[in-house]
Design a protein around this ligand. Structure first.
Ligand code: XLS
Ligand code: NI
Ligand code: NI
Length: 441
């Protein structure tokens, strides 16, 4: 029988929906999982997911100081027993929060052993508890992944390491991580290129490293087929940090890489807000680029700080941001296998367990509002109609001919020489549209 753990959050009850007038910090003001928006419950639209690494493993240290996190359930050892107990605590947290999904790296949930086989054994021992807890609570695995960046062996990267043995080790680790993900019914598996990049080009054969990364991903696809894993594979773009440059730098670079190496059919993108901004883009840009290629898979919901130039992984609270995310997602037809995965951590100063609740409740409420606002903008129809009208010259006459591929430079020259006048150049109305969006916020 699964062991009944001592409650880690005894003073906190299941977080309920109390509506916008509630002053209770431990209640949802906007996220009502059963409320139906556009024919689907909020729960099914948003598919919220808690990340194991930040929420249960981040000690809240920074480069200038030690960890501050108070986690009374943790005995401070790297034992499997402690890891198993922590897993039960994680499910108590997620259950009380009402998050339907979670995500993890292999090394978040179980300690790295002295050899790969002992690491695998540790992982199996903790995965057993994860399976029991999933069954007990109904919480599901959004995606699994392997940590190919923390251990010193990966100092030069994993699939892009200059050392073939490291590539082999990484492959074996990913093989196991995919198998564990499959055994837990994971709906996806993510590849984030932790150190797949370079610190200096003076020591780097960029072409060879990219070829190796592609070979690695092809082997992963082959193994997925071999074991019958049906989950979605994702690539998570990030431009830098920890390396100076990562090969999967943004959505466009990932899509180009996937196309170049004939991998497009097997991967979608898992986009993260703070990675988008590190790349000099908005999240909305990344979502639209992915969506345009049919590759919008999942999102790592967080935010950076405009004053800080690194991946601060803060919880998203900005309603404009969540509105933009949800508008792109709804226009894309929603998330299917993906989810709104909070790849976010509380601040170093927010060291108490209750802060984990405040953070997630805030993020969930912000996304619930974003969803409602985005749905209202769509139902209103003015934004959509504006865009449609803006391109109306393509719906008839010469525009229609060009889009149908039935035109040439010669035709166009003839057309414009005859017409000699450009019609339909109208204002972009940016300010008008910004005001329109504000009507809904
Ligand atoms: C790091 C990434 C990482 C991935 C999973 O910046 O966001 O957390 O999501 O490996
Ligand atoms: Ni992430
Ligand atoms: Ni990140």
């Amino acid at each position: 029988m699964p062991k009944k753990a001592k409650e880690a959050f005894p003073k906190i009850k299941k977080i309920g929906f109390e509506g916008p007038d509630s002053k209770n910090p431990l209640a949802f003001k906007h996220y009502d999982e059963n409320e139906v928006i556009d024919g689907k419950s909020m729960k099914d639209h948003l598919r919220f997911s808690v990340v194991y690494w930040h929420t249960f493993r981040n000690p809240l240290s920074d480069p200038f100081g030690a960890g501050t996190a108070l986690r009374p359930w943790d005995d401070g050892t790297d034992s499997v027993k402690n890891a198993q107990n922590r897993a039960r605590v994680a499910f108590e947290f997620m259950g009380k929060l009402g998050a339907p999904y979670y995500a993890f790296h292999d090394r978040d949930v179980a300690p790295e052993g002295k050899s790969l086989s002992s690491s695998n054994k540790n992982l199996d021992a903790v995965a057993k508890v994860l399976a029991e807890e999933q069954k007990r609570t109904g919480i599901k695995l959004l995606w699994g992944t392997a940590c190919l960046f923390a251990h010193p062996r990966y100092m030069h990267g994993a699939a892009t390491s200059c050392n073939a043995d490291v590539f082999a080790y990484a492959a074996a680790q990913v093989k196991k991580a995919i198998e564990v993900t499959k055994s837990l019914g994971g709906e996806g598996y993510t590849f984030w290129g932790g150190r797949e990049g370079y610190s200096t080009l003076w020591n780097t054969n960029l072409k060879r490293e990219m070829d190796h990364l592609a070979a690695f991903l092809h082997m992963a696809v082959d193994h997925k087929k071999k074991i019958g894993f049906k989950g979605q594979f994702y690539i998570e773009p990030k431009p830098k940090e920890p390396t100076k440059h990562q090969y999967d730098s943004d959505a466009a670079a990932c899509l180009n890489f996937l196309r170049q190496y004939d991998l497009t059919d097997h991967f979608k993108l898992n986009l993260e807000t703070n990675h988008a901004t590190l790349a000099g883009h908005t999240m909305q840009h990344e979502l639209e680029v992915a969506s345009a290629s049919g590759a919008l898979g999942s999102i790592d919901a967080n935010t950076g700080d405009v004053m800080l130039g690194w991946d601060t992984d803060q919880f998203p609270t900005d309603i404009y941001l969540t509105t933009q995310c949800m508008l792109s997602i709804l226009n894309n037809g929603g998330l299917t296998t993906g989810g709104v995965n909070f790849d976010a951590k509380v601040r170093r100063e927010s060291f108490e367990p209750v802060d984990l609740f405040h953070a997630h409740i805030g993020g969930m409420d912000a996304f619930a509002r974003g969803l409602k606002i985005a749905a209202a903008i769509r139902a209103d129809g003015r934004l959509d109609a504006f865009i449609k009208n803006r391109y109306s010259s393509w719906d008839e006459g010469i525009g229609q001919k060009i889009e149908a591929g039935k035109s040439s430079f010669k035709d166009l020259e003839k057309y414009i020489l005859k017409k000699n006048r450009i019609t339909k150049n109208e204002s972009g109305r940016q300010e008008f549209l910004e005001n329109l969006i504000n009507e809904f916020i």
